[in-house]
Design a protein around this ligand. Structure first.
Ligand code: XIL
Length: 457
């Protein structure tokens, strides 16, 4: 009997507990506190969001944690076990494009529930106003080296048209692409398909066309290389070739690199690169070629184009000796500095002083083939943030030097390819690199933003 009455008393007590889990004033006093259920974040902006949760019956105080770590190992300042007497809280002063986590607990009279579910929220990404290189560069053309095969590709096409207002054929207007051979009568055999494709595309899209390059020692067709006629016959072939090409695109092509890379590296003031043209036509072959181009089109702008011009002073000297001669003959309009450079060389000051060698002669300046290597020593297998930043700084320097040129001498700044994995740098040097303004996914790189920033400072 005694046992039974104890059992009954316990039972009555338990029943009382169950029935009295909520007292008359509505506050839970005896049951364990239920965990709140957190809602997805609302009103997410660049630097804030609104955290909210479902009410727990009878509770009007919650404790909120906000962290940038899903483990809540650290807390956003002011948001560790923070008292909130509401069902929501706006968290502000956050970083953009960053993930945060929040959770809440119910609180009552010194007792606290377990955590709610954890909510992840990512603040918005700062989106710079949409722009385009050609819109930023108001006093010069922004050019791109293009291959005919890519102009039909939607993605390339979209970026070419959005960003650039000048085109250079990466290879399609070089002699090996156009001159297919010499027939048995000594006539030149042409294939205009590649060059026409570039010119038609540029015309259809209202872009400036820079012709590249009439004479280059690395683009000589075999029939010309092995030509066994006399030197005079060779000269005549070259005159015909230049005349035919320039005439075909008269009024369409705005400028030509007439001779490309004619001076040897580390040259003394008289050293020409040893080429077939030098061998067959003599030292004044450059002048002759410019004259043939001028004869074919009186209005087209004629350029001499070369590399390492910003730092190799012997080469500078030798090139400008030739250029000064062309100026005397009134057959040259501008000079192209290729700008195949590294992210740590050459310094801005030498790019600047080399550029003045052109402007002080009253010629147009073309930075004609910009790409910026970041892995010339082959020490990296990945493109890191540090490399991206260095490359950006160098691009910014180049563009700011260009932009500082008096408008009368500005012409174009051309990028040598659209996205990193298209770049000639990789096959040319045989190691990985990321030299251009767009990555392999067609996304703008820091280098792109460097271009834009240089024009806005
Ligand atoms: C390069 C092209 O990018 C490559 O596709 C091609 O195989 C070789 O020529 N200087 C110039 C450019 O003037 O014509 C060269 O272009 C790069 C160096």
């Amino acid at each position: 009997m005694k046992k039974k009455s104890i059992y009954i008393v316990i039972n009555i007590f338990l029943t009382f507990l169950a029935s009295c889990s909520t007292s008359s004033n509505g506050i839970q006093i005896l049951k364990e506190l239920s965990n709140p259920v957190a809602n997805d974040a609302m009103a997410v902006t660049l630097n804030s969001f609104n955290a909210s949760w479902q009410p727990v019956e009878g509770i009007n105080e919650y404790r909120l944690d906000v962290s940038s770590a899903s483990s809540f190992s650290t807390f956003i300042e002011g948001y560790e076990n923070t008292i909130v007497k509401d069902l929501q809280k706006t968290i502000s002063n956050l970083k953009s494009n960053t993930s945060y986590y929040y959770r809440v607990r119910a609180y009552l009279d010194g007792r606290i529930s377990s955590n709610s579910n954890t909510i992840k929220v990512t603040t918005d990404t700062e989106s710079l106003p949409e722009t385009a290189l050609k819109l930023e560069a108001t006093n010069f053309f922004v050019g791109i080296a293009v291959n005919p095969i890519r102009i039909g590709n939607t993605k390339y096409n979209e970026i070419y048209q959005r960003e650039f207002n000048s085109i250079t054929a990466e290879n399609a207007m070089k002699m090996r692409s156009i001159l297919k051979g010499i027939d048995s009568n000594g006539s030149l055999i042409y294939d205009w398909s590649q060059s026409d494709a570039i010119v038609d595309y540029a015309e259809a899209n209202d872009m400036n066309i820079h012709g590249h390059a009439l004479i280059w020692h690395r683009s000589i067709p075999d029939d010309l290389q092995n030509f066994n006629g006399t030197d005079e016959e060779f000269r005549a072939l070259i005159e015909t070739y230049i005349t035919d090409v320039v005439s075909r695109y008269k009024g369409k092509v705005d400028s030509w690199d007439v001779v490309n890379e004619a001076i040897a590296d580390n040259s003394t003031s008289t050293t020409f690169r040893q080429t077939l043209f030098l061998e067959r036509m003599g030292e004044d072959y450059i002048k002759k070629c410019f004259q043939y181009a001028r004869n074919a089109d009186a209005d087209v702008k004629l350029f001499y184009n070369d590399y390492n011009m910003t730092f190799d002073q012997d080469k500078q000297q030798a090139v400008f000796n030739v250029i000064d001669d062309l100026i005397l003959d009134n057959v040259i309009d501008g000079v192209g500095y290729q700008m195949h450079i590294n992210s740590d060389f050459p310094p801005k000051s030498s790019i600047q002083s080399a550029t003045e060698l052109i402007t002080q002669r009253g010629l147009l300046v073309h930075f004609s083939e910009l790409d910026v290597r970041t892995n010339q020593n082959n020490s990296f297998s990945q493109f890191t943030d540090t490399m991206a930043l260095r490359q950006k700084i160098k691009v910014k320097e180049v563009v700011s030097v260009y932009n500082d040129i008096p408008n009368a001498y500005k012409y174009a700044l051309t990028i040598w390819g659209l996205k990193d994995d298209d770049s000639w740098i990789i096959p040319e040097y045989g190691n990985m690199d990321w030299p251009l303004l767009f990555d392999n996914q067609f996304m703008k790189k820091e280098a792109y933003h460097g271009f834009v920033e240089a024009l806005n400072n």
